[in-house]
Write a protein that binds this ligand. Structure first.
Ligand SMILES: C[S@@+](CC[C@H](N)C(=O)[O-])C[C@H]1O[C@@H](n2cnc3c(N)ncnc32)[C@H](O)[C@@H]1O
Length: 463
């Protein structure tokens, strides 16, 4: 194989993150992302090193025989959001389980694999979406949607997106229609000209409360925002629109963020409910995007921690404090640590609202806050780790190890980061006792993994 050349082959085994070994008729192998086993594909070799090749998918020539799912989303294949929708859900779960398990098996051979738990909802499960303004083709009409698969600039209108409910679709469509009428330009990522950037929609799936946040540059004519609010309010929605926000963002970085937020209607937060707890969610605070799936995930964490009676639990990387509050009723004390001040504020408010007095939250980088905790907090009996995709930094992990707790429950949305950290923890005397995967992202290749690590003196004692 040669770099830059185009080949055809059939996709075989997949490795996380959905990277398949594609074999040509001549028996040459290349890793290609975002294909489904059994598909015949055309790809270009982009990297070649020491006889190993990595390629980019150009097109699917023949479908795989496992692509038998009915009722597939109209945007599937074009939209960059979902990758597995053409495959029946049970098969999607097998793909994800295989990818996670083959990674974990490399680190630990003697642990109990407890399978993959499905998402309670296969469709309409998302409580948050970030849509982008752009166009579908160069100089085409203004479009609001998601990025084209493999594309950085083109935006696909996703009026029939299946992973959100009808309310999201109605809000998306009316926003696009409203701004098309004003002929306002979208913000170009390269030239940094234009006005319309993103639309953030959040919906409490248990409460029905909806937040819509329009993100534009400060070049937006202020007098058209009133009409935007009125057109959103004219929609007949199954949920209740309680928050309409305008966010100014002149920063050239292509991120959904706000330099100044104005409330156009209602409040700047929504409530969501998990189990019997209520959570206040602000525009940028982390909250699991699949509410029903989060209950399965947190139930798994609860089960993996075992008895928490009279125990002090640290919930590191606590977001809006969901895990801490789920655990608090059955624990002596739970202490959460989170870097985003807005999320910590919400966590504290949520704790009060839920009547929990044994739960506290510290704001800052886990790496630094741990030092303060050693000096001023009760020592933990159990630790929950739920870091962002890149996992726990090596320095922070060393400090966590020094707490010498008997049991750590590690939740990860990127199993490659999890296994890297598991290696450090096993070198420090922990063993992986049990693990499972929880699907929170049906239709996509994303997956959560939960692992229990115990001090090796407990080896052989399964909880
Ligand atoms: C995967 S989320 C988990 C949130 C929470 N456990 C939940 O289930 O909703 C990771 C969280 O870690 C926070 N975070 C990222 N880096 C951090 C750091 N260095 N120290 C503390 N928190 C951090 C993020 O802001 C985010 O809220």
């Amino acid at each position: 194989m040669k770099k830059g050349q185009i080949y055809q082959g059939v996709a075989g085994e997949i490795r996380f993150p959905n990277r398949a070994v594609v074999e040509t008729e001549e028996g040459e192998q290349c890793l290609v992302d975002n294909v489904i086993p059994g598909q015949k594909v055309e790809f270009r070799v982009e990297k070649a090193k020491n006889g190993r090749f990595q390629g980019r998918l150009l097109q699917v020539i023949e479908k795989s025989e496992i692509e038998t799912a009915k009722d597939v989303c109209a945007h599937f294949g074009v939209c960059g959001g979902c990758l597995y929708q053409s495959v029946p859900y049970i098969q999607q779960l097998r793909f994800k389980e295989y990818q996670v398990r083959s990674l974990l098996d490399r680190v630990e051979s003697d642990y109990k694999w407890e399978g993959i738990k499905s998402s309670p909802q296969q469709y309409a499960y998302r409580n948050k979406m970030e849509f982008s303004f752009g166009n579908e083709v160069k100089d085409g009409p203004l479009t609001l949607g998601l990025h084209r698969r493999g594309g950085f600039y083109d935006i696909v209108p996703v009026n029939e997106c299946r992973i959100v409910d009808e309310d999201f679709r109605k809000i998306l469509m009316i926003t696009q229609m409203y701004f098309r009428a004003f002929n306002l330009p979208f913000y170009h990522k390269l030239s940094h000209e234009g006005v319309l950037r993103h639309l953030l929609v959040r919906k409490g799936l248990a409460t029905g409360e909806i937040m819509v946040a329009l993100v534009t540059t400060s070049g937006i004519p202020q007098d058209i925002l009133g009409g935007f609010t009125t057109s959103l309010q004219s929609l007949s929605l199954s949920g209740e629109l309680v928050s309409i926000l305008h966010m100014k963002n002149d920063n050239p970085a292509d991120m959904v963020q706000s330099e100044e937020t104005t409330v156009l209607y209602g409040r700047d937060y929504i409530y969501e409910q998990l189990f019997n707890l209520r959570f206040k969610i602000t525009p940028f605070s982390f909250f699991q995007t699949n509410t029903a799936g989060a209950q399965v995930l947190y139930d798994t964490v609860r089960g993996y921690l075992g008895t928490t009676k009279d125990k002090v639990v640290y919930d590191l990387y606590s977001g809006t404090g969901t895990i801490a509050q789920v655990l608090a009723p059955a624990a002596a004390r739970v202490i959460g640590v989170e870097i985003v001040p807005e999320a910590v504020e919400s966590a504290r408010e949520n704790t009060k609202m839920n009547g929990l007095s044994n739960c506290e939250f510290l704001c800052g980088d886990v790496l630094d806050v741990i030092d303060e905790m050693k000096a001023s907090c009760e020592k933990p009996d159990l630790i929950v780790l739920d870091p962002p995709r890149d996992g726990v930094s090596a320095k922070a992990l060393q400090k966590i190890i020094q707490f010498d707790v008997n049991r750590i429950v590690y939740i990860s949305c990127k199993p490659t980061s999890l296994v890297r950290d598991m290696e450090i923890l096993t070198d420090a005397g922990y063993i992986v006792e049990r693990a499972c995967a929880v699907d929170m992202f049906a239709g996509t290749y994303n997956i959560e993994t939960v692992a229990v690590l115990t001090k090796s003196r407990n080896k052989g004692v399964r909880a």
